[in-house]
Design a protein around this ligand. Structure first.
Ligand code: Z5A
Length: 218
């Protein structure tokens, strides 16, 4: 039962390339914050609402010869985010809770802007429209080299086979551009980002995240 609130809430996003360990780390942090008496909402993008989860399914698994053109892909991510922001994230923050979000707008900047090469000015305007000005208070970038990320994803696929994923299946060069794009974005916004070496064992990554969070919360 939550007994602590934070005025205006606290919004934390987790970003990084494929297989960086975001989901694992969000689970570990959720346990700690719940034990501290905070109301924690774990959510993800694309997704987090019924509409968002339907869009997620299409964004990840839409197949057939028609494919998804990059412009449509960008707008679907933005549509999922607009719904997610207004129906899930903002209400939880307004109630004084903590939101832990697995990917957010930085993923659009990097995947659709840097790696797909869509217009960055347009993407920034779209962020203003879909987010309405409430960016995360803190963003953990879990940085991992592409080969280690691929190997982790392969192991996970062998352990629990699932359908092919459109974006995961992009080339090595695409995923390399994603990694570099995240690092450059983090460098351009050092106040909000904490870059964590995600190649370390999960408990070590968790300890670094807690340290970063406690420092940010003062
Ligand atoms: N996307 C986009 O293009 N534009 C956008 O605006 C948004 C998203 C919001 C969503 O896919 C896709 O959408 C994503 C970006 C794109 N595509 N890609 N690529 P998703 O949500 O299904 O997948 P993901 O976000 O890329 O995450 P992931 O691959 O599921 O990985 P993860 O959550 O970062 O990692 P994990 O599941 O915690 O761990 C992966 C495996 O590694 C697992 O077996 C763990 O047990 C293991 N693991 C975790 N940590 C460690 C450590 N420290 N050591 C060793 N092994 C570990």
């Amino acid at each position: 039962m939550a007994s602590q609130t934070i005025r205006g809430g606290f919004f934390i996003s987790f970003e990084g390339p494929e297989g960086a360990g975001k989901t694992t780390q969000i689970g570990l942090l959720e346990d700690v914050l719940c034990r501290r008496g905070l109301a924690v909402k774990v959510t993800r993008e694309p997704g987090g609402t019924r509409l968002g989860e339907r869009l997620r399914e299409l964004l990840k698994h839409f197949d057939g010869p028609e494919g998804v053109v990059p412009e449509a892909e960008l707008l679907m991510f933005a549509a999922s985010r607009a719904q997610h922001m207004r129906l899930a994230i903002l209400p939880h923050l307004a109630a004084g809770g903590v939101v832990l979000c697995d990917r957010f707008a930085d993923s659009t900047t990097v995947y659709q802007g840097v790696a797909r090469g869509l217009d960055r000015g347009f993407i920034e305007a779209l962020h203003r429209f879909s987010i309405g000005g409430r960016w995360p208070d803190l963003t953990f970038l879990l940085d991992l080299d592409v080969d280690t990320g691929f190997a982790r994803a392969r192991r996970r696929q062998l352990a629990a086979p699932g359908p092919a994923d459109r974006i995961e299946a992009e080339s090595r060069a695409f995923h390399e551009a994603v990694r570099q794009g995240f690092l450059e974005l983090a460098q351009s916004e050092p106040q909000r980002f904490r870059v964590i070496d995600a190649a370390a064992p999960a408990e070590v990554v968790h300890a670094r995240i807690l340290e970063g969070l406690d420092r940010a919360l003062g």
